[in-house]
Design a protein around this ligand. Sequence first.
Ligand code: PXP
Length: 244
Amino acid sequence: MSCKLGVNIDHIATIREARKIDEPDPIHAAVIAELAGAHGITVHLRGDRRHIKERDVEILKEIVKTRLNIEMAATEEMKNIALRVKPHMVTLVPENPGEVTTTGGLDVVGNEEKIRNFITALADEGIKASIFIDPVMEQIEKSFEIGCRTIEINTARYSDLTPIDLENCGRESKEEYEIIKEVAEKSYKMGIEVLAGHGLNYRNVTPIAKIEYISELNIGHSIIARASLVGLERAVREMLELLN
Ligand code: PXP
């Protein structure tokens, strides 16, 4: 079974916000990514609205034909938006003011009650919940305990250690890869649907896509970066080829 691709289109909105005008429009990007074969569209609605806005998620909910996954912090404000917009899936992520990108997975062990309430509220409305999580079994077991059946393993450390293909990287890179592989297998065997992402690019993605227990990857920056040079359709197709 080949690994599916969720395309994160946040950075189309980042370009739009550089001028604070109405183009490029992430809605157009979602349509092109889907036509190129993406299996899902992902956006991160940040508390500071630095790229994606509520207007974007509302229109995306209407026009996305595959699946819309909204990444968000586990706050009351975000819960209300999720319950109103009703995307296919919500991925809970940690959010720190001023960070350039998401740093680290969610600390489920330290925020058990808040996260349980959030995913229960989503489930009551038929919205699937996923948790962005470091490859640490203690965190994953806690997620399972509070009712979460989908996780996205944070590949940021692997990506940082593996800027080029795995074979040409050092020991730490291979060790991190083995950790992700082992954690993915254990989680899958517990009955958890396993996704992965963060920092993956055209050079380091293949070994992760080959892990049979991982069903989908969420990739943003490297696809949009390539799209700025070769076009979005080609960038998505080239990533899909690597996943297959
Ligand atoms: N998954 C999560 C939870 C993220 O927060 C991000 C970044 O928005 C990604 C995946 C995609 O990471 P990248 O843009 O590095 O591909």
